[in-house]
Design a protein. Structure first.
Length: 119
């Protein structure tokens, strides 16, 4: 069960699918779907549906949230993102990390709970 902590509303600079990680965007008060391990990951969209460009999007900065896995993930693995804003296991410490998996994912597309711990 999700238990988001600090949540802030932004404007979507790109389409942001449900259960994906977001990063800062060039515009003030805007975020976009994260798509690289080097993106400055700030949180996870906690909207109940996909968000189109220009719409408001609530982003959880802390707490326990649900995200979409981009591959199989072990419980307690450190997480980063793939090109679709989904969480995947972080391979190296230099990756931007969004948190740790509180549940294992058996395959891409699974929805799992993570604890947001930015590193």
């Amino acid at each position: 069960m999700s238990n988001a902590g600090l949540v802030k509303t932004f404007i979507a600079a790109t389409a942001i699918p449900r259960f994906t990680v977001v990063c800062t965007s060039a515009g003030d008060n805007q975020v976009e779907m994260a798509n690289a391990v080097t993106d400055p990951l700030i949180g996870v969209s906690v909207e109940p549906a996909d968000v189109p460009v220009g719409a408001r999007v609530d982003v959880a900065f802390s707490g326990i949230v649900e995200v979409k896995a981009g591959a199989a993930i072990a419980k307690m693995a450190w997480l980063t993102v793939n090109a679709q804003g989904e969480v995947v296991t972080s391979g190296v410490e230099s990756d931007e990390r969004i948190g740790r998996a509180l549940q294992a994912a058996n395959a891409a597309g699974d929805i799992i709970e993570i604890e947001i711990i930015k590193q």
